[in-house]
Design a protein around this ligand. Structure first.
Ligand code: MN
Ligand code: MN
Length: 470
């Protein structure tokens, strides 16, 4: 190595390619880690299914529900079947501050409307009206196989789980797009975002009419009969139901070297899975209490009583103080929050080789170069961003370097290109130190998001060493 090369190596920052920098053993571990992750993605296509998955996992791992009589170091709380907090109590008092990794378990999708079912007069076909959830490119959801997931609630409170379209014997559903031959005026003259109107995103549901010629809307009636036979519901049950359309099918390995995972809902279940796995695997005698917070409704602004703006996590931390035999008055709670450290675990946009010009190469996330630390999000002049403090940023980098986590710095896109936010700013409102930390992905919010096994594994490792060392 020449003197100049030596100096350059010593002095300049270079993001490191996971596949080049790590041992053969660690690369295999990264591959193995993604096998279970793909199964998780297949089982957890909605926030409710994710919570159900962890409910089983927590019982299996002998975690106890908080506020039950029994004491344990491993506790959790599930709220309204849509969000959860998992905690491992450390050696230090909770009031000295906790370490939280927060992710979100909702993903962009298309919901059924409350009164969805209708018979189209022109075609005599049975259809369902929809209402999209979160920031989707509507055209991506047309002419692609969809599954229906969700719940009906019966008058007696019984919850009826619905999942149609995942089993090989299940039918799938589709919102048919217009053929290119006749799209000249209807679509091609319009802007991409306007080419599909929300009102045209209707789901094909059935086509065989009830075999009595006198009855009105015989196709719709047949749909109701089929639903009644399958779920014992009537049309009114739709009005309170939560039914979500998601891409049908399984997560898959992608690329000839199988280095990537292609699947739905990786924003942000990639962080949910890696953080939960991190708290389960973290060494037993951690110093600070560790919390994994799985929040709902990030994609619509963290609203609602299951979103990160709700009181849920604060209430959980108050109960942790109590559970640990510490004072839990409002001042102690406030100080606990101010002394806490948070990794806002959400995906970032890795440079897409098809559209590199929306990124600024030196500061953007590169796929396969490890977990990304994102100091700020927001848009324009860092508007609506948390903007992590340099001291905290540096502390996390020091831990990652010491524990050999493959990491990189990454901002979302070019400064004036657009932008986006995460849960970080809501956690920062309580006074805690917060920084965004998660993997970059390609095709974010599309039906099939692409992630690197290097970054999935690096995220897991990052969250684990955060719990063990921060
Ligand atoms: Mn996200
Ligand atoms: Mn998102």
């Amino acid at each position: 190595m020449s003197k100049a090369e030596e100096l350059s190596k010593k002095l300049s920052y270079q993001r490191k390619n996971f596949w080049k920098e790590t041992s053969k053993k660690e690369r295999k571990t990264a591959f193995d880690f993604s096998e279970k992750y793909k199964i998780f993605l297949d089982e957890c296509k909605t926030e409710r299914e994710t919570i159900e998955f962890y409910k089983n996992e927590l019982v299996k791992r002998e975690f106890l529900e908080i506020n039950k009589d029994k004491k344990s170091k491993n506790i959790y709380r599930i709220s309204r079947n849509k969000n959860a907090a998992i905690a491992v109590i450390g050696k230090k008092p909770v009031s000295e501050g906790v370490n939280i990794v927060v992710s979100h378990i909702d993903a962009p999708r298309v919901d059924l409307k409350q009164n969805p079912l209708y018979e189209d007069k022109t075609t005599n076909l049975g259809l369902m009206k929809t209402h999209y959830y979160g920031g989707i490119k509507k055209y991506q959801w047309m002419s692609t196989p969809l599954a229906i997931h969700g719940v009906f609630i019966k008058e007696n409170g019984d919850v009826i789980d619905v999942s149609i379209g995942e089993d090989d014997n299940d039918p799938v559903f589709v919102m048919p797009d217009l053929l290119p031959h006749l799209a000249r005026k209807e679509q091609y003259t319009k802007k991409l975002g306007d080419a599909i109107e929300a009102g045209k995103m209707n789901l094909m549901f059935n086509s065989i009419p009830y075999p009595d010629e006198d009855v009105k809307e015989a196709v719709k009636l047949n749909a109701l009969i089929l639903l009644n036979e399958k779920y014992n519901i009537i049309e009114e049950n739709f009005l309170s139901a939560e039914l979500e359309l998601v891409p049908a099918g399984k997560a898959r390995d992608a690329c000839i070297d199988k280095s990537m995972v292609l699947g739905y809902g990786q924003d942000d279940r990639i962080c949910a899975y890696t953080s939960a796995q991190a708290i389960f695997d973290a060494e037993i005698n951690i110093g600070r209490t560790a919390i994994v917070y799985l929040a709902d409704k990030e994609e619509i602004g963290s609203e609602g009583n299951t979103g990160a703006k709700s009181i849920f996590i604060i209430d959980f931390i108050a109960d942790l103080l109590k559970h640990n035999g510490e004072p839990f008055d409002s001042v102690t709670l406030r100080k606990t929050l101010i002394n806490s450290q948070v990794l806002s675990a959400d995906v970032n946009a890795a440079i897409n080789p098809n559209f590199p010009n929306v990124h600024e190469k030196e500061n953007a996330v590169h796929l396969g170069f490890g977990v990304s630390l994102t100091k700020f999000t927001g848009s324009g002049g860092k508007s609506s961003s948390n903007d992590a403090n340099a001291e905290f940023n540096s502390k996390i980098i020091k831990i990652f370097n010491k524990e050999k986590v493959n990491w990189q710095t990454g901002e979302l896109g070019k400064v004036d290109e657009g932008g986006g936010g995460t849960i970080a700013k809501f956690m920062a409102e309580y006074g805690a130190e917060v920084i965004d930390c998660g993997p970059g992905i390609l095709g974010m919010h599309s039906l099939y998001e692409l992630s690197s096994k290097a970054d999935i594994y690096s995220s897991y490792k990052a969250y684990k060493v955060f719990f063990e060392n921060a």
